[in-house]
Ligand binder design. Structure first.
Ligand SMILES: Nc1ncnc2c1ncn2[C@@H]1O[C@H](COP(=O)(O)OP(=O)(O)OP(=O)(O)O)[C@@H](O)[C@H]1O
Length: 256
């Protein structure tokens, strides 16, 4: 069900029990100026949801507002039915929401295993950490092969897999990814997105990502939101949005 701006103003998609996270009428911005002018969106459980849109439309701002990195002036964010508006990232992590920032967070001089262990620095039990690293290696077998290599020797795709793996160390139920394809060549983008689909299928984790690479992101997303000028302009499954002439024309550049 694809909805266009005129139909979607207000609640873009009815709240459903299967939603792990919802944002309702969120207004937020910088220096007293609202970039987000009432964003309403829902992230269904066990699915991949993406936010796409033209440069400067407010995608990263929406991401920051949801993850407590900027103040929400008006509106609410709920996680599993609990109001989390304005909660800090460290508290959200405890609740089961992890975030992967846009810039690389890998420590090049540390091994793959050491990098993963850092994702569980709050845990002291070494056996638990080792067991979790093993589970992450089951999800990303290539990281297991490279477990004792320094992260500096990994390919771009492996490095991103390591970052995603580290984000999963505390076994979050929802992971927020800020432009997971940034800085990757087209082949590696496909590789990383294929890994995300596998991850969802194998673990049932819920994913919310913000992406500039709209075509690739929509092609693997169960649900997509187009943000334009701080509002949700279109909502639909990834396939629906990719096929929508208005979306293609207005911001996908009439892509093939
Ligand atoms: N820290 C900031 N202070 C002031 N204005 C900001 C700040 N960060 C972003 N903006 C402004 O907010 C608007 C939305 O930016 P945002 O980064 O959310 O867009 P985006 O959709 O993620 O863009 P892109 O695809 O280019 O990353 C832009 O006009 C931008 O200049």
């Amino acid at each position: 069900m694809l909805t266009s701006e005129s139909e979607t103003r207000g609640a873009q998609r009815p709240r459903e029990d299967g939603d792990i996270l919802t944002a309702h009428d969120v207004h937020a911005g910088y220096g007293g100026f609202d970039i987000l002018q009432g964003i309403t969106l829902a992230v269904p459980r066990h699915q991949i949801t993406c936010i796409v849109g033209p440069n400067g439309s407010g995608k990263s701002t929406a991401f920051k507002a949801i993850y407590g990195l900027i103040k929400i002036r008006l509106g609410t964010v709920d996680f599993e039915g609990q109001n989390i508006t304005g909660q800090r990232p460290q508290d959200l992590l405890k609740l089961g929401i992890a975030m992967l920032p846009q810039l690389s967070t890998v420590f090049p001089g540390l091994t793959v295993e050491e990098n993963l262990a850092l994702g569980m620095y709050v845990v002291r039990d070494k056996r638990r950490i080792k067991a979790r690293i093993d589970e992450i290696f089951d999800l990303f077998p290539r990281l297991r092969e490279r477990r004792r290599q320094h992260a500096s020797t990994l390919s771009g795709g492996e490095r991103r897999a390591l970052e995603i793996g580290r984000t999963l160390m505390l076994d979050p139920r929802l992971v927020l990814l800020d432009e997971p394809s940034v800085g990757l060549s087209p082949n590696l983008v496909s590789e990383v997105f294929a890994q995300l689909v596998e991850l969802k299928e194998e673990t049932g984790i819920s994913v919310l990502m913000v992406e500039q690479n709209a075509k690739s992101a929509l092609s693997i997303s169960d649900l997509g939101y187009v943000i334009q000028r701080g509002r949700v302009s279109h909502t639909g499954s990834g396939a629906e949005l990719l096929g929508d002439p208005e979306v293609r024309h207005s911001f996908l550049g009439g892509m093939d």
